[in-house]
Design a protein around this ligand. Structure first.
Ligand code: SF4
Length: 239
């Protein structure tokens, strides 16, 4: 990152939510992509994106293991918000055939399953983008508890406009803008990923309790660097 870019980023200090998205999508027009799971809380960030620029590229990783409700919800949200830049990214077919021929790799090696179904396809999809934007929140805890609004990893700026949002903030934004909810949230799912790795449950106090429950795994890996290191917060990278 150049010193000029660092100066630009400092100008975003104190901004969050849509106020942060606006200058990012303006200053990095054509170089920024949103990554969304179209999960339980995704509507909030996608709504903000639609208000700033509905043609913003939005990457959805179709792992082949999603709930049908998520695929249906994606179509509903895209239509409701008028998003025109959604890109559905799938895993490499030859790699799947070689390394997960019967589709049960998630039971034997979930990290490798996430690698070939999420991390590698995302890296391919992000070629040409300098900025990624996602909707992670600190209140989700674990590795996300110390999330910064801006950080750097693998040569890209990572932007987290909702880092400081609470469960109440999310609910308030959904209500204020009459946003549709993911159907699985109505039957007890607080956080939603792939079907084989997501159980009902979780709460505002432990939002991701239903993700890889009982395995010790808490993240799929797409928010880490190539060598498995945590993304470096911008404030630390600048020193
Ligand atoms: S969340 Fe589960 S099914 Fe989805 S890619 Fe990761 S291990 Fe595979």
């Amino acid at each position: 990152m150049s010193s000029l870019e660092k100066q630009i980023f400092e100008s975003y200090a104190g901004l969050e939510g849509q106020q942060l998205l606006e200058p990012i999508l303006r200053d990095f027009h054509g170089r920024a992509a949103v990554v969304s799971s179209f999960g339980a809380e995704s509507a909030v960030l996608l709504h903000m994106v639609s208000q700033v620029d509905p043609s913003t590229p939005v990457i959805f990783l179709d792992t082949g293991k999603h709930f049908w409700e998520t695929i249906s919800y994606r179509a509903k949200l895209v239509d409701r918000l008028g998003l025109t830049g959604v890109r559905v990214i799938t895993p490499d077919k030859a790699l799947l055939a070689a390394q997960d021929p019967d589709g049960t790799l998630h039971k034997k090696n979930a990290d490798h399953c996430c690698h070939i179904r999420k991390t590698l396809p995302l890296e391919r999809a992000l070629a040409g983008f300098d900025v990624t934007i996602s909707g992670r929140k600190r209140y989700h805890g674990a590795a996300r508890a110390t999330l910064d609004f801006l950080s750097i990893g693998d040569g890209r700026l990572k932007v987290e406009p909702l880092a400081g949002f609470s469960a109440l903030d999310i609910a308030a934004h959904m209500k204020a803008h009459d946003l549709p909810t993911h159907p699985l949230t109505e039957i007890g799912y607080f956080s939603i990923g792939c079907e084989p790795c997501t159980l009902p449950g979780g709460s505002a106090a432990d939002p991701r309790a239903g993700r890889w429950a009982g395995t010790g795994k808490t993240e799929c890996g797409i928010h880490w660097t190539h060598n498995g290191q945590a993304i470096t917060p911008l404030s630390r990278a600048a020193h």
